[in-house]
Design a protein around this ligand. Structure first.
Ligand code: HEC
Length: 108
């Protein structure tokens, strides 16, 4: 039994937290935005709005864009909760819990 549990942990099956992979690390969120959003969201002239404009949106709008909108194809490796954290980081506003994901409050 001990061995089976160890095997499951090494496979990552028992290590899974109650909620999917939260980041909760401001440096990690900043790195994602810097490396994966900024190049397109640099200047207001481009097709993509500048990050400063994105930051004025409600976090629910940003999260929706990342989870179900046109930004989803660019972020297939990020979980919905990670995307909610990015939305909270950008907007500076909290997101309430959903039926399956916990509340996200801004990091400082
Ligand atoms: C390959 C370029 C590209 C990358 C990378 C990219 N975006 Fe976008 N994004 C766009 C374009 C173009 C639009 C506007 C067209 C559209 O709505 O699909 C947009 C729209 C958006 C919107 C909606 C803005 C509005 O006013 O409705 C949000 C929010 C957004 N992006 C967030 C992000 C975040 C956060 C990231 C990083 C995880 C990201 N984007 C990465 C190109 C990109």
């Amino acid at each position: 039994m001990k061995l089976a549990a160890a095997t499951l942990v090494s496979l990552g099956l028992l290590a899974a937290p109650a909620f999917a992979d939260p980041i909760r690390d401001i440096a990690a969120v900043e790195a994602i935005v810097r490396d994966r959003c900024q190049m397109c969201h640099m200047e207001e002239e481009d097709a993509a709005p500048a990050l400063g404009t994105v930051k004025k949106l409600e976090p629910s709008i940003i999260a929706e864009m990342l989870i179900n909108g046109s930004m989803a194809a660019l972020t297939p490796d990020l979980t919905a909760q990670m995307k909610r954290e990015i939305a909270v980081y950008l907007s500076g506003k909290p997101l309430p819990a959903t039926t399956d994901l916990p509340e996200v409050t801004p990091l400082h």
